[in-house]
Ligand binder design. Sequence first.
Ligand SMILES: *Cc1c(COP(=O)(O)O)cnc(C)c1O
Length: 463
Amino acid sequence: MTIQNSMKKDLSSKKLFELAKKYAYEYLDNCANANVYPNQQQLKRLEEFNTPLGTQPTPAEEVLRDLHEIGSPATVLHTCGRYFGFIIGGATPVSLGTKWLTDVWDQCGGLYVSSPVNAIIESVCEKWLIDLFQLPPASVVGFVSGGSMANFSAMVAARYHLLRKLGWDVNKKGLNGAPKIRLVTHRQIHASIRKNLVLMGFGDEQIEYVRSDDQGRMIVGELPKLDETCLVFLQAGNANTGSFDDFETVCRKANMVDAWVHIDGAFGLWAAASDRLRHLTKGIEQADSWAVDAHKSLNVPYDSGLVMCRHPDAMINSLHAKGEYFIYSQQRDPMLFTPEMSKRSRAFELWATMKNLGKSGISEMILAFHERARQMEAGLKAANFNVINEVVFNQVLFSMNNDDLTEALIQKIQKSGECWLGGTSWNGKKAIRVSISCWQSTDQDIQHAIRVFKKARKELVNR
Ligand SMILES: *Cc1c(COP(=O)(O)O)cnc(C)c1O
């Protein structure tokens, strides 16, 4: 049988998909009892993937079986309620179901003509998101792979816009000899901003750093005098403490001189979608651009980031591509708002989750992260751990009495397999980082985690 015929058979018999479904259900059912992190033995088995590429085909059933037998047990249970590492999010059931269905569609979301359904769903999401975050109505949204690309897209739009106003068309003339753009931010800005600046041809030494306070917020009293050449970066949600910058004060100063303010709100901007947490994002609507991840706090599957910008012309001019065979339409052409051309139609899962939850459901899910974080804080304090940060959103930092013990505790907790979290350094000391960003985390999970922390500490101290 030719390979084409064999694939046609796989497609029409649907047995393969039934098998995938069976494995997926087995995986879901196992999750409740599995370790949050794979053990040494499960990790060791991953070496079995390391074979040469065979000359002959491998039956599709066998391929899936290998993935399930070796891969499934070695996954990290991001989607369970006791994974507190990084800021990962989970996946809502409706977003998973949507992904299954729309993966079969395999839509290329670059242009309206390549996928009208994607373009229309993006337009609807754009309206919903601007309403949800209460941003200026004329703002546009680009659907990118994550927070890094969202930041990047906004930053190139800002560069284009600022230089244009200074009489320099960066698309034509490039950066050599361009008027200077002043880059202003603070020490606790996320690494993705710095990385993007380097990708854009700026250097770290060009950044004017304002000091930040003990929660990682810009000390706005020390902001240098801004002018129309300034690109200012602020943050909604510090990746360690969860703190929010003072958007209102900085935006007011920036807007008086026509500087551009970009807000990196990868996980924290979602606070704006909760009535009770909205105060944290006060003033965001006065900025020029915003980056946010749907794959973090909104709990849609990876990869899903959003860039939002109040200057459609700057976005389109900086990201627009010309090519003889492109067919732009009178409708929304998604690739006008993203660095990518061909891209996965990632708006489907976003649309499905927003439609399924509604404003009240989104608000409830986001607030629950905060409530679980407050519960964690209270539990840690009651157990005499040092809680280091003000728990304003979903992040909790705590420590033992010295760095060695803190590090040892992290190792013990990670090895337990009962939950997973990572470490960081805060104000010069080692700290343990808890991030609550998965819809599955319940108050029992938090209680369970605190028991695990106490047990690990006891074992350490009694050694
Ligand atoms: C996660 C994160 C990013 C990077 O986003 P990715 O989706 O990982 O590319 C940027 N900024 C902040 C504050 C983040 O938390």
